[in-house]
Design a protein around this ligand. Structure first.
Ligand SMILES: Cc1cc2nc3c(=O)[nH]c(=O)nc-3n(C[C@H](O)[C@H](O)[C@H](O)COP(=O)(O)OP(=O)(O)OC[C@H]3O[C@@H](n4cnc5c(N)ncnc54)[C@H](O)[C@@H]3O)c2cc1C
Length: 424
């Protein structure tokens, strides 16, 4: 089969890898408009379920991703300079650039024709499917602003909705080994950050601001350096003097955005299939968009496995759509509830009950059983947190053993380090 993937993000690259692993005879091209090693954003989080799925499809890229990832351990909710409240949970994080380089190299090693710095030709999806011709699939993996999707909004039933808050995705050399939510009352309104370390030297630092706070602090008119300096000052309670880093914004003004919620009633049209953010975005507050993009890629490759002729593509893509779309709905619903929580935490913040705030944040995706409240309270004591850390490490080791990976895994960089705000 001939396959053209538009976009060399996680969805496009992993579709190419999954297809080539299935059958090396597939003729797969990935078009990526950015140069090799260039991407937007900083680090992304993921969990063992992603490593399991990757391991099933392609053990080589799964272990490469794990080796390049770090572990973040627990979560902390800090209001101003008050002592943090601790939540459970642990996971991995990896730099987006590192992840895409690994996947790109792996795709090339499998024989994918990867064209960096090349925008895809406009007419790739062409008119209809041709009877008797070899199958020719086009994958729209060109992200939330997908150009391919935009040209077929009616056919795909695309809906776009903008989130209320402004966010800015930056980085910092402060190493947050605990996933940290920092809330600050600026006097002109509340603002908060989501921060976690993703390699040996850098953490992701996402700032979220309600529109009133954003306007009152004058962010609309600030150039990137002034904006980052002001944010570093505001977030001093968690940054302790560390700066914020700009990334590769070519824009003179700071790259504030609003989250774009993308949904599509159908994920295919003719020879075109949507995957990843082009099909559905997932609010960053649950850190799952990359995992879902890779999952779409796996599902798509599995559904076109038997297709040889062009006229058989339509049925295969319809079955990909029918299975994958409902499969991800529960997580999409959780993402909606989570983003709704972050659209209006001010009432909770103003109650001044940090333990209650942490509990509410923990439950923002789904209601927790009552016994968890007692665990939450106990987790405010360091010995209990150490027990939870050990249990998490053990769980990761068990999962790794099931993949037949050698233990201890933490010999490389996948090891938690001392946290900003956490005594060890
Ligand atoms: C602030 C923030 C934090 C996030 N944190 C996490 C997290 O912690 N964990 C997580 O799992 N997810 C996270 N995500 C979500 C994640 O980044 C996306 O869901 C994921 O990148 C989607 O992958 P994709 O391949 O569909 O799209 P993208 O990664 O957007 O890739 C699309 C690619 O297509 C290319 N492209 C577009 N048009 C063309 C064209 N015409 N020709 C050639 N190339 C083209 C683009 O250059 C781009 O490289 C976060 C998102 C944001 C905004």
């Amino acid at each position: 089969m001939r396959v053209q993937c538009i976009g060399g993000g996680p969805a496009g690259l992993y579709t190419a890898i999954a297809l080539k692993r299935q059958d090396p005879r597939h003729d797969v091209t990935v078009w990526e408009r950015n140069a090799r090693g260039v991407t937007h954003g900083w680090g992304v989080v993921f969990w063992d379920d992603l490593l399991d799925e990757m391991h099933r499809v392609d053990p080589a890229s799964a272990s490469a991703v794990r080796d390049a990832a770090v572990v973040w351990d627990g979560q902390a909710v800090q209001v101003g300079r008050r002592s943090p409240v601790f939540l459970g949970g642990a996971g991995y994080a990896i730099g987006r650039q590192r992840l895409l380089t690994l996947l790109g190299d792996r795709a090339e090693a499998l024989g994918v024709d990867l064209r960096y710095a090349t925008a895809a030709p406009e007419d790739l999806a062409g008119p209809g499917l041709r009877a008797g011709e070899p199958a020719s699939l086009v994958v729209a993996a060109d992200g939330a602003g997908s150009g391919l999707r935009r040209r077929r909004t009616e056919e795909l039933g695309t809906r776009l909705a903008a989130g209320r808050n402004r966010y800015l995705w930056s980085g910092t050399p402060a190493l947050f080994s605990t996933f940290t939510f920092g809330f600050v009352d600026t006097g002109s309104g509340w603002i908060w950050c989501h921060a976690y370390r993703f390699d040996e030297t850098t953490s992701t630092f996402i700032v979220e601001a309600p529109p009133d706070t954003w306007a009152a602090l004058g962010f609309a008119d600030l150039a990137t350096p002034a904006c980052l300096d002001l944010l570093a000052e505001i977030f001093d309670p968690v940054l302790h003097g560390a700066p914020l880093l700009a990334g590769r914004s070519e824009d003179a003004r700071a790259p504030w955005q609003t989250f774009r919620r993308v949904t599509n009633e159908r994920w295919c049209d003719g020879r075109l299939a949507l995957a990843g953010d082009a099909a559905h975005t997932t609010h960053f507050a649950i850190g799952s968009g990359t995992r879902l993009a890779l999952g779409d890629a796996v599902a798509l490759a599995e559904h076109v496995r038997e297709v040889e002729l062009d006229e058989h593509l339509a049925a295969a893509l319809a079955s990909y759509d029918a299975r994958r779309r409902p499969e991800i709905r529960p997580l999409q619903d959780e993402a909606l509830r989570s983003s709704a929580w972050f659209e209006d935490p001010v009432g909770l913040l103003e109650q001044g009950d940090d333990l209650g705030l942490g509990w509410s944040l923990w439950q923002r995706r789904r209601r927790a059983p009552a016994w968890r409240w007692y665990l939450h309270r106990a987790s405010q004591h360091a010995p209990m947190r150490r027990v939870r850390t050990s249990a998490g490490t053990l769980r990761r080791h068990v999962r790794a053993r099931r993949r037949r990976w050698s233990v201890p895994l933490s010999a490389g960089p996948a090891r938690p380090r001392a946290t900003v705000g956490e005594e060890r």
